[in-house]
Ligand binder design. Structure first.
Ligand code: AMP
Ligand code: ZN
Ligand code: FE
Ligand code: FE
Length: 284
């Protein structure tokens, strides 16, 4: 019997809607044999998730997802860090700095929304995040709850996404710093959902990946909910070409991304062997 895992998921520690232990519970119920929790900018959920995974007999891998400056204008570069040590000082300083960058941005978003005549407050945004790292999906969910928009997607399209009426960027790490700090914290850096890089041709994609490899990139997310068949094939080839570990995950966010279930990424599943190879890479 083939066994499957999910290496990309979010909990209430960042912008998912299920608590870390509940994400593990759901993974178990979905029949997965292993998972990684990869919250944005925080390792706060890892200890509880790991304990729950141990109890349920799932293989667990620490993770984090970091936003970096994208070398392609208009694109998005997220770096996953697998096997990071939550107690590492470089990691702790990095997460502190990243939260500070969010604290600089989020009030600007709320202030702009209020200028636009929308009745949202900072307190409501904080409450929506339930103590987790406050991200745009929380503000999007708040806008849905208040009836300002119908869906999270509409909230991003009209207000929160690039080009939206209340879009503010946050200060990001350079790719070099994101990759370097994950390495310094004992982790393997993996480029998340490369389709979001928005490269316009294969030569550009190759150049971007090669540059990241030169900075210490260790893997590429081949399977992801945003990837179609052609994307999966393309990233598979790139992984082989640059000797990168292949990873995959759903990018589960609970009800903040309603169509995405744990263990399934646009109809595809992630073989256990990919997690085994990633585990081997983290212990090198
Ligand atoms: P933040 O980290 O606060 O910038 O928010 C990033 C999160 O917002 C990521 O989890 C994305 O998946 C989500 N996101 C970004 N753009 C969109 C969009 N157009 N629709 C839905 N979610 C989005
Ligand atoms: Zn997210
Ligand atoms: Fe991401
Ligand atoms: Fe993610």
């Amino acid at each position: 019997m083939p066994e499957f895992v999910d290496l990309h998921s979010h909990s209430t520690a960042s912008d998912g809607t299920f608590a870390p232990a509940d994400v593990v519970h759901l993974a178990h119920e979905a029949g997965l044999v292993g998972m990684a929790l990869t919250d944005h900018d925080t390792v706060a959920g890892l200890a509880v998730a790991q304990e729950e995974a141990r109890r349920r007999g799932l293989v667990f891998l620490n993770g984090i997802e970091i936003s970096a400056v994208c070398p392609v204008p208009g694109g998005t570069l997220h770096i996953l860090g697998y096997g990071v040590d939550p107690a590492n000082e470089v990691l702790q300083r990095m997460t502190r700095d990243l939260l500070e960058a969010r604290d600089n941005r989020n009030p600007q978003i709320i202030a702009r929304l209020r200028e636009l005549g929308i009745d949202v407050t900072w307190e409501e945004a904080l409450a929506q995040a339930q103590g987790g790292v406050l991200g745009r999906p929380h503000i999007a969910a708040l806008l849905v709850r208040k009836g300002v928009v119908k869906t999270i997607k509409q909230a991003f399209d009209e207000y929160l996404g690039q080009g939206g009426k209340a879009f503010f960027d946050k200060e990001r790490l350079s790719p070099q710093d994101a990759i370097g700090r994950i390495r310094a914290a004992g982790g393997v850096p993996v480029v998340a959902h490369p389709v979001q890089l928005r490269t316009t041709n294969d030569a550009q994609l190759q150049q971007v990946i090669r540059d990241l490899v030169d900075l210490g990139l260790g893997g590429i997310e081949v399977v992801h909910s945003d990837h179609g068949e052609a994307d999966v094939e393309k990233y598979h080839r790139l992984a082989d070409r640059y000797n990168l570990v292949k990873t995959g995950g759903s990018d589960f966010h609970g009800t903040n991304k309603k169509d995405i279930n744990l263990g399934v990424a646009n109809g595809r599943r992630i073989p256990r062997e990919w997690m085994d190879e990633l585990l081997a890479a983290t212990s090198k």
